[in-house]
Design a protein around this ligand. Structure first.
Ligand SMILES: C[S@@+](CC[C@H](N)C(=O)[O-])C[C@H]1O[C@@H](n2cnc3c(N)ncnc32)[C@H](O)[C@@H]1O
Length: 435
């Protein structure tokens, strides 16, 4: 058997049709507020004093919520992973840099097509998912790992090189490439390797997008992602991008800052915080995550204590991170590009970590299979449950002319995984298969 080839390319050869631009420019966020788009239409909650009648109503609602809880828990359980938790798998692929989320479920998502000859991990991170996929698919011939963060990619690449070195000794054959690149450029990346991969039926067999940040990014205070560690107000996934959280907080129009907190953080106190941020500008602005946290604490410590400020700060940080990296727009565009790059029968799996992301994945998947606008209410599109012994964990599917949504309801982590890794609690996996 031929020896394994390890072809790591660090610089993307641009697609011939794409104008030659330096990578930094291609992936750079522009330092101006973007125009209002369809991701900006999240309803805001009204603030203000609660009237007695409203209070009674709210109390009633609270009671209702308690009564409804068993049903909600039941519904939540229905989406919980039914796959047996494989502690050994997690032990092998989780490490100090990052513990891959929903690992067993991601592997199950790519049980088909078989053989899985080509696979793209759009969010390489510490390569936990990638290595488990390579291990589960010795038939894989082409692997591409992408990450917009060069530090993350460097770590992931190291793990892949070590794995492939071992595999080479056993005589496997796999062409593996890594690219420091935003996944919105998946077509260009695949096209630079082989033009036919970027289009239709001769595309790739599997694509994974595991959204959000890795533990190694959160734990480095100099990235500005952590609510609990003081650092610069940065929050860029791509260190070459020009827009930082500090720019938004100190120089974007006040109303735009409020809109970001409202729409991307779903933060009910957005108006108050918007005003405090504007006031802080008069005193020289906010220059560290600590400055921002103090501003949030001033609002929350009196009313809600530590839990209150941490939750608010988490929402505010999420909002800024989404805006800095233009995450929602990138996600939606990338789902379309990724689906285009799938071969017939190929699958795209997405792990998301908050409701804004999950809503986009759910809606875009429906659009993709139906070839146009999707109705949010997809119940009437659902096929009866398919009795598929091979993949019983896909409880309900939605069939369209261009493909199948294999997860009408998203798969959420098992209780065992939640106990092991708190970070996974909000994770949701959705999977689509191309017709
Ligand atoms: C949750 S981590 C992935 C962890 C990985 N699956 C593992 O098992 O180690 C998400 C990664 O996606 C990267 N990322 C986020 N947005 C990206 C984008 N638009 N394009 C490429 N990579 C992105 C982050 O830099 C981060 O390393």
């Amino acid at each position: 058997m031929a020896a394994a080839r390890r072809l790591f390319s660090f610089h993307l050869a641009l697609h011939p049709r794409e104008p030659a631009r330096p990578l930094a420019t291609a992936a750079t966020a522009v330092a101006v507020p973007h125009r209002r788009g369809k991701h900006d239409a999240v309803a805001c909650k009204a603030t203000g004093k609660t009237k007695p009648k409203a209070k009674a109503k709210a109390a009633n609602k609270g009671g209702e919520r308690l009564r409804r809880r068993p049903l909600e828990e039941h519904l939540k359980r229905r989406t919980r992973s039914a796959a047996a938790f494989d502690a050994d798998l997690y032990g092998r692929h989780g490490h100090a840099h990052h513990v891959p989320v929903l690992l067993g479920e991601v592997l199950a998502a790519f049980r088909r097509p078989r053989p899985l000859r080509s696979f793209v991990d759009c969010t390489l991170g510490a390569a936990g998912h990638s290595l488990a996929m390579m291990e589960a698919h010795p038939e894989m011939e082409l692997y591409i790992g992408m990450d917009v963060d060069p530090t993350a990619l460097e770590i992931g690449r190291g793990h892949i090189e070590a794995f492939l070195a071992g595999r080479e000794a056993n005589g496997g054959e796999l062409r593996a490439y890594t690219h420091v690149k935003n996944f919105k450029y998946i077509k260009q990346v695949l096209g630079s390797l082989d033009e036919s991969l970027a289009v239709g039926s001769s595309g790739v067999d599997g694509i994974l997008i595991d959204l959000g940040m890795s533990s190694m990014q959160v734990n480095r205070s100099n990235r500005g992602f952590s609510v609990l560690q003081d650092g610069p107000l940065d929050m860029r996934m791509d260190p070459k991008a020009t827009l930082r959280a500090e720019d938004i907080l100190n120089s974007w129009p006040e109303l735009e800052v409020g809109r970001i907190l409202r729409d991307y953080g779903e933060e009910s106190n957005w108006q108050f915080l918007q005003k405090q941020i504007a006031k802080a500008r008069e005193m020289g602005g906010l220059h560290s995550t600590g400055d921002l946290v103090k501003l949030i604490q001033r609002k929350c410590t009196i009313s809600k204590g530590r839990q209150g400020w941490i939750k608010t700060a988490t929402r505010v940080f999420q909002a800024l991170r989404i805006a800095v990296n233009d995450e929602l727009r990138v996600l939606e565009d990338s789902l379309h590009s990724s689906f285009d790059c799938l071969a017939t029968g190929g699958r795209l799996a997405v792990v998301s970590f908050h409701s804004l992301e999950d809503r986009i994945v759910k809606k875009t998947f429906l659009e993709l299979i139906h070839g146009g606008e999707a109705d949010d209410e997809d119940d009437d599109l659902t096929l009866p449950d398919i009795d598929d012994e091979d993949e019983p964990w896909f409880n309900q599917r939605v069939q369209g002319r261009n493909g199948i949504v294999l997860t009408k309801r998203p798969i959420t982590p098992s209780q065992e995984e939640e106990k092991l890794n708190q970070r996974c609690r909000s994770a949701k996996l959705r999977v689509i298969q191309k017709a």
